[in-house]
Design a protein around this ligand. Structure first.
Ligand SMILES: [Mg+2]
Length: 208
C-alpha cells in the first residue's frame, strides 16, 4: 500500500452496488432480452447485450433515472469492510464515473444503505461527459489526489490508477475485466472479503 495517504479510493458501480445486474433486469423488462451476468464480457452493457444504438441510448436514459438507481442492491460484504477500514483509521473516498446528474440519487443510495464515507467525487473516467461548470472532475484533476489503495472493477481505470497515479489497485473479478492487467500493481480479488484479508495483511506488515 502507498504510505503517503490513508485514503482508500472506492468505486461505486459494481464495487458497492449491483449496477450490471440491475442493468440486466432493465434490459429484460424493456427489450425482452434475457442475458446472463456471466455473458457481460464487454464493459459496455448495451454492447454486451447486443442492443442497437437507439436501444443503448434508451437503456442509459432509463438506468440513470433516480428511482432505477435507488433500486440497485449493495454488493455483498462491501458495507462491513468499509466500516472496518474507517474504524482502523482509513478515510473512504467514493469515486464514481457516474455523470453529475446522478449526484443526488447516488448520495441517497449511499444514505439508504447506511454507507459512511469521507468524500464523494464524480469523475469523467471514460470520456462520457463534460466536467466544466459541474461538480465532476476529469482524470487529470483526479491524478492530483493521493490514495493508498483503490478498489475498482474497470480494467482501464485500474490501469490508469496503477500506471499514472502509482496507486495499488484491488480489481474485483468481473466477466468484463478478464483481460490481463498491464501493471503489476493491479491485483485481482474474487470479492470484498478477499480484499479485506489482503489489506489486513498489508496493514499489519506496515506497522511491524
Ligand atoms: Mg465500477
Amino acid at each position: 500500500m502507498g504510505l503517503n495517504s490513508n485514503t482508500i479510493y472506492v468505486d461505486m458501480d459494481d464495487v458497492l452496488c449491483q449496477a450490471a445486474r440491475h442493468f440486466l433486469v432493465v434490459v429484460e423488462r424493456e427489450f425482452g432480452k434475457k442475458i446472463n451476468y456471466e455473458e457481460l464480457t464487454n464493459f459496455d452493457v448495451g454492447h454486451a447485450c447486443g442492443l442497437s444504438s437507439a436501444e443503448r441510448d434508451e437503456l442509459y436514459r432509463i438506468v440513470h433515472q433516480p428511482y432505477e438507481l435507488l433500486k440497485m442492491a449493495p454488493i455483498d460484504g462491501a458495507l462491513a469492510v468499509l466500516g472496518r477500514w474507517q474504524d482502523e483509521g482509513f478515510e473512504i473516498a467514493i469515486v464514481t464515473g457516474r455523470p453529475p446528474e446522478s449526484y443526488e440519487p447516488s448520495l441517497e443510495w449511499l444514505a439508504k444503505h447506511e454507507i459512511s464515507y469521507g468524500s464523494f467525487t464524480m469523475v469523467d473516467k471514460y470520456s462520457r461527459f463534460a466536467t466544466e461548470k459541474t461538480i465532476a472532475i476529469n482524470l487529470r484533476e483526479l491524478a492530483m489526489r493521493r490514495f493508498c489503495l483503490a478498489v475498482e472493477d474497470s480494467l482501464p481505470m485500474a490501469e490508469y490508477l496503477a500506471g499514472q497515479m502509482k496507486v495499488p489497485v484491488a480489481l474485483i473479478d468481473c466477466p468484463w475485466n478478464q483481460a490481463d492487467a498491464a501493471h503489476a500493481e493491479v491485483s485481482r480479488y474474487p470479492d470484498w472479503s478477499a480484499i479485506a484479508d489482503a489489506v489486513s495483511t498489508l496493514t499489519a506488515a506496515a506497522w511491524r
